[in-house]
Design a protein. Structure first.
Length: 134
């Protein structure tokens, strides 16, 4: 089976580290964590706020079935996509990464239609699925 977590509007989920696989998280409220890893068949669909700025502040998306769709606010210190990961920042999405963003694999997919701010953006030389629609 798959796992499913729903955070409703006005609710807050506070964790030290969120390592999620084989399922879906739909966030309408607030998630705070020191680290966030979405991998192996997991989807984070964010309509609220995801704040990963405490501690390491590392947002990792890993494997071909690891995906984040941000339609709200996503904040972190660093972000890594690897092994075919997918990231989509919608037209309503606001993503702020205070440090580096690393796209590490030719199969990774990064798309931005909203506001995406980071300190540095590093891409594997062969990565081709990078789209900034702004």
């Amino acid at each position: 089976g798959t796992n499913a977590i729903y955070i409703s509007s006005g609710s807050t989920l506070k964790l030290y580290s969120l390592n999620f696989f084989h399922g879906t998280i739909v966030n309408e409220g607030t998630i705070t964590a020191s680290n966030l890893k979405i991998t192996d068949g997991a989807l984070l669909y964010n309509n609220g706020t995801v704040d990963v700025r405490n501690g390491d502040g590392w947002i990792q998306i890993y494997n071909t079935d690891g995906e984040i769709v941000n339609n709200g606010e996503l904040k972190g210190k660093k972000m890594t996509l690897d092994a075919g990961a997918k990231f989509f920042n919608t037209v309503n999405g606001e993503t702020t990464i205070s440090g580096p963003v690393n796209i590490e694999n030719v199969q990774d997919s990064w798309m931005n239609s909203g506001t995406f701010t980071c300190n540095s953006f590093s891409v594997d030389a062969k990565a081709e699925k990078l789209y900034n629609f702004n």
